[in-house]
Design a protein around this ligand. Structure first.
Ligand SMILES: Cc1cc2nc3c(=O)[nH]c(=O)nc-3n(C[C@H](O)[C@H](O)[C@H](O)COP(=O)(O)O)c2cc1C
Length: 308
């Protein structure tokens, strides 16, 4: 058998030493004991719980002796600031990504403008780190320390365990943090684009970062206007398929054909779940025949919930 690849040894930090792995560039703000907000550069940050749980969460991987980890262990609050693509911002991110500097040293000449987030307004009693005004979006988060029994983890010099599987101190040098998203903050311009339908020109300019390579430099690519790709033809559902499933959800609550037409674009795997949620709405509103107008109301309600 032949194939077209070569085998590459897997070594530590394989995502940047053994390949090309595209990543986001974020600056994570955390709160120090003296009330100072400090920033660290982080790319290993990814959505973790995206649906079907009581909350939505991100997963961060970082050094367990970093300022970010130290502060998260102490007060559990952080903000993930997504910075736009500008040479001077990336340069500043690399400076804020240099290990060993204290928060005071890092923040003394910081180029970013720090301001309060939105969580502090809703709950002034709980101290929160400030956020970066130049970011295009920010996730304000809380570390869920109770997962994997990590609530007692406090890193100190000479720490020898226990090491958790996926949350808290996970190895001699590493920590993982499952971060509940408390609020998503986004600049008004991008909020409107999300609400009114995404356009090619509507994306914020974001850098794609390839990490620290050859022990000398951080690499990233500047932003390019995104392209879109339509769903494969013929993958949309026929209305009769929707009607067939709709008829089988409940013995009393039915859908008109026009109502079913509204669901032909829903991927097959999600269809039943969507139909059940429509039937639940109908039951709560004493509706036994779901019409196109009802579907509009349900859709409105869903998009309002989505947008908070
Ligand atoms: C663009 C960029 C991305 C980085 N991503 C990570 C990361 O995901 N995890 C990590 O442990 N370190 C990462 N680093 C290195 C940290 O920023 C570095 O350890 C820094 O000292 C952390 O700051 P802190 O100690 O103030 O938290 C990154 C550095 C840069 C410049």
């Amino acid at each position: 058998m032949s194939n077209s690849f070569s085998d590459l040894r897997i070594v530590d930090n394989f995502y940047q030493t053994s390949g090309f792995f595209p990543m986001p560039t974020t600056l994570i703000s955390t709160l120090c004991e003296d009330g100072l907000t400090t920033l660290g550069a982080y790319s290993l940050i990814f959505p973790y719980y995206i649906a079907g749980k009581k909350y939505h969460a991100m997963l961060l991987q970082c050094r367990n002796d970093s300022n970010t980890a130290t502060n998260l262990f102490k007060n559990g609050k952080c903000a993930i600031n997504f910075i736009p693509d500008k040479r001077k911002y990336f340069k500043e991110a690399v400076r804020l990504g240099y290990p060993g500097d204290t928060p005071q040293e890092k923040m003394k000449n910081c180029n970013f403008t720090m301001e309060d987030g939105l969580c502090i307004e809703a709950d002034p009693e709980t101290p929160r780190p400030k956020i970066i005004a130049e970011a295009f979006q920010v996730y304000e988060c809380t570390w869920i320390s109770t997962l994997d029994g990590a609530q007692d983890d406090v890193f100190h010099e000479g720490y020898t365990g226990p090491y958790r599987d996926f949350n808290g101190i996970t190895s001699e040098a590493g920590a993982h943090f499952i971060l509940r998203i408390d609020k998503i903050l986004i600049k008004e311009k991008y909020k409107q684009i999300i609400l009114n339908g995404t356009r090619h020109g509507g994306f914020p300019a974001v850098p794609v970062d390839y990490g620290y390579r050859d022990n000398t430099k951080f690499w990233y690519t500047p932003f390019r206007r995104p392209r879109s790709s339509a769903l494969p033809k013929g993958k949309g559902l026929d209305v009769s398929v929707v009607m067939y499933s709709a008829d089988r959800i409940d013995d009393k609550i039915k859908f008109t054909e026009e109502a079913c037409e509204k669901l032909v674009k829903v991927p097959r795997v999600f269809l039943n779940r969507v139909l059940v949620s429509c039937v639940n709405w109908a039951r709560e509103n004493n509706v036994t025949l779901i019409t196109e107008e009802h579907m509009n109301i349900i859709n409105d309600k869903r998009s309002k919930e989505k947008n908070g």
